[in-house]
Write a protein that binds this ligand. Structure first.
Ligand code: PMP
Length: 459
C-alpha cells in the first residue's frame, strides 16, 4: 500500500465516535449518554476541525503545498493539526499557554510540530498572549496560514456537518438536551445550529468552569471580569468570536475541584478516562439530570481522553499539592509533608542502594532528594547535588548511596514552629520530620510554598 493511501485511511478514522450510556452514576429520572471523542486518532474532538479547517484552506487556496500551518491552541487542536500537517506534508508551528499539560506539548512535538509555550496569564492583545503570538508568527513566516480556530467559521461548520448528525443518528432522533463546554464554541455552536433545525425543543446546556465569564453571560447578558481555572480547553475570558451564545439555553458552573474529582469518579464508575473538561461537563450533566422532574434523554460530550492528564489530575500527589484531595489534618508540621512516608509508596533508599537506583527513584517520584533509611532509622539524605558531585568527581553510578549521602541532618518534631522550619531552609537543609516513635517524611521549600498556597485558597 502506498504512503498516500495509508495517510488518507488514517484521516478517514476521524469522527464516527461511539456513544455509550452511563449506568453507574446518579442521573435522577434521566438517561445520560456520553459521546466519546477521545477515540479520534489524535485523541480529541479537535481532530474533526483540524482536518476540516485544513481541507477548507486547501480548497480555497489559502494553504499551498509545502506551506506552514500556525495555530494558537490549548493543545488538542494543535495535536489534531500536527497530525494532519505531518500526514499531508505541511510544517506546523503551535503556540500553547503554559498551564496546559506537558503530555499535550510532548504529543505535538512528537508529531514533528514546533511548539512554543507562552504565558497563560496575559490577556488577548498582550504580545505574549498565545493568539497574538500566533498572528505575529504567521505574518512573519512566508507561506504560513494562521488557522485561527477562534475566528474560523469552518470550526462550527464541521460540527454541524459531522458531530451533530452522528449524535442524532446514534440517539435515534430522540434527545432532550446536550451538555458541553465552550472553548472556541465550535462544538456547541455547530451542534446548536443543527439541533435548532431538527429538534427545536432540545436544550443546549453549557458546562462552564468557575472563573470563566461565559456562564454569567448566559445568565445575565453581561460581560464580567474573568478569573483563573485549572480545567483545560473550556471557559473563556472573552466571548467566542465564532460562537453563537444565543444557541445556549442554560449554563451550569462547576469549580476545579468538582471537575477533577468527577472525571476521576467517571473513570472508576464507568471505565471512561476523560480529560479535565470531561469532568466539568459530566458534573454539569449530572446536576442537569438530577434537576429534571420528567425522564429525559441527555447527551454529554467527552472532548478528550485522560491519558494527556496522567501527570496532573490522575496523579494523587498533584491533586494533594493543589488541595483537591484532602489529607488528614494534624495541625502541625506533618501537614506540610507532600509525600507522607507510608508503606504503599516507599520513597526512601537503603544505604547500600546504588546511585543509579537513587536517581531512578527521584525521577519516578519527581523529587530531588531522598531520605536514606536503615532499620526504620533515617541515617542520611541524598540529593541531586550529592549525585552530581560524586559523578563529576570521578565516581560512578554503581557507587553506594552511603558513600555519597549527607549525614548531617536537620530533624524537626511535628510540633516545632514555622520559624524553625524557615531557619532550617535558611541553612540550606530540608527538614526531616520525626518524633520519638516514627519518621513522618521530609519538608522542602516547595512543600512549604504549596502548603501556603493551599491555605490561602482555603481562606
Ligand atoms: N475540551 C477540551 C479538552 C478542549 O481542548 C476543547 C477545545 N478548546 C474543548 C473542550 C472545547 O471545544 P470548542 O473549542 O469546540 O468549544
Amino acid at each position: 500500500m502506498s504512503t498516500a493511501n495509508s495517510t488518507a485511511k488514517m484521516l478517514t478514522h476521524i469522527g464516527n465516535t461511539p456513544m455509550v450510556e452511563l449506568r453507574h452514576l446518579d442521573t435522577g429520572p434521566c438517561r445520560l449518554f456520553a459521546k466519546l471523542e477521545q477515540t479520534n486518532p489524535g485523541g480529541s474532538i479537535k481532530d474533526r476541525i483540524a482536518l476540516g479547517m485544513v481541507e477548507a484552506a486547501e480548497r480555497d487556496g489559502r494553504l499551498k503545498p509545502g506551506g506552514t500551518i500556525v495555530e494558537a491552541t490549548s493543545g488538542n487542536t494543535g495535536i489534531g493539526l500536527a497530525m494532519v500537517a505531518s500526514l499531508k506534508g505541511y510544517k506546523m508551528i503551535l503556540i500553547i499557554p503554559d498551564k496546559m499539560s506537558e503530555e499535550k506539548i510532548q504529543h505535538g512535538r512528537a508529531l514533528g510540530a514546533e511548539v512554543i509555550v507562552t504565558r497563560t496569564d496575559v490577556p488577548p492583545g498582550h504580545p505574549l498572549n498565545y493568539q497574538t503570538m500566533a498572528k505575529d508568527i504567521a505574518e512573519r513566516t512566508p507561506g504560513a496560514l494562521y488557522i485561527h480556530q477562534h475566528h474560523n467559521h469552518d470550526n462550527p461548520t464541521v460540527h454541524e456537518m459531522t458531530t451533530a448528525p452522528e449524535i442524532w443518528d446514534q440517539m435515534d432522533g430522540d434527545i432532550d438536551s446536550v451538555v458541553g463546554g465552550i472553548g472556541t464554541a465550535g462544538t456547541m455552536t455547530g451542534l446548536g445550529r443543527y439541533f435548532r433545525k431538527v429538534a427545536p425543543h432540545l436544550k443546549m446546556v453549557l458546562a462552564d468552569p468557575a472563573g470563566s465569564l461565559l456562564a454569567s453571560y448566559v445568565h445575565t447578558g453581561q460581560i464580567t471580569e474573568a478569573g483563573a481555572w485549572i480545567v483545560e480547553g473550556i471557559g473563556e475570558d472573552e466571548l467566542p468570536a465564532v460562537g453563537d451564545m444565543n444557541l445556549i439555553d442554560e449554563a451550569i458552573v462547576i469549580d476545579d475541584r468538582e471537575s477533577l474529582t468527577t472525571a476521576r469518579n467517571l473513570l472508576k464508575a464507568e471505565g471512561i478516562m476523560g480529560g479535565s473538561s470531561t469532568g466539568t461537563i459530566i458534573a454539569a450533566a449530572l446536576k442537569w439530570c438530577q434537576l429534571q422532574t420528567e425522564p429525559k434523554r441527555v447527551v454529554a460530550i467527552i472532548p478528550d481522553g485522560g491519558d494527556k492528564y496522567l501527570s496532573k489530575m490522575y496523579n494523587d500527589h498533584w491533586m494533594i499539592d493543589q488541595g483537591f484531595i484532602d489529607q488528614k489534618n494534624y495541625g502541625d508540621l506533618r501537614d506540610l509533608i507532600a509525600r507522607r512516608h507510608d508503606e504503599r509508596e516507599d520513597i526512601t533508599v537503603p544505604p547500600d542502594a546504588t546511585l543509579a537506583i537513587a536517581l531512578g527513584k527521584m525521577r519516578l517520584a519527581n523529587i530531588s532528594q531522598l531520605p536514606v533509611v536503615e532499620m526504620d532509622e533515617v541515617v542520611g539524605l541524598i540529593d541531586e547535588s550529592d549525585l552530581l558531585h560524586t559523578v563529576l568527581g570521578g565516581g560512578n553510578f554503581a557507587a553506594h548511596v552511603a558513600d555519597t549521602m549527607t549525614r548531617c541532618l536537620e530533624t524537626l518534631s511535628p510540633d516545632d514552629s514555622l520559624d524553625m522550619l524557615k531557619a532550617t531552609f535558611d541553612k540550606g537543609f530540608v527538614a526531616l520530620i520525626r518524633d520519638n516513635d516514627q519518621y513522618w517524611g521530609l519538608v522542602t521549600r516547595t512543600d512549604l510554598l504549596n502548603w501556603l498556597r493551599r491555605k490561602r485558597l482555603a481562606a
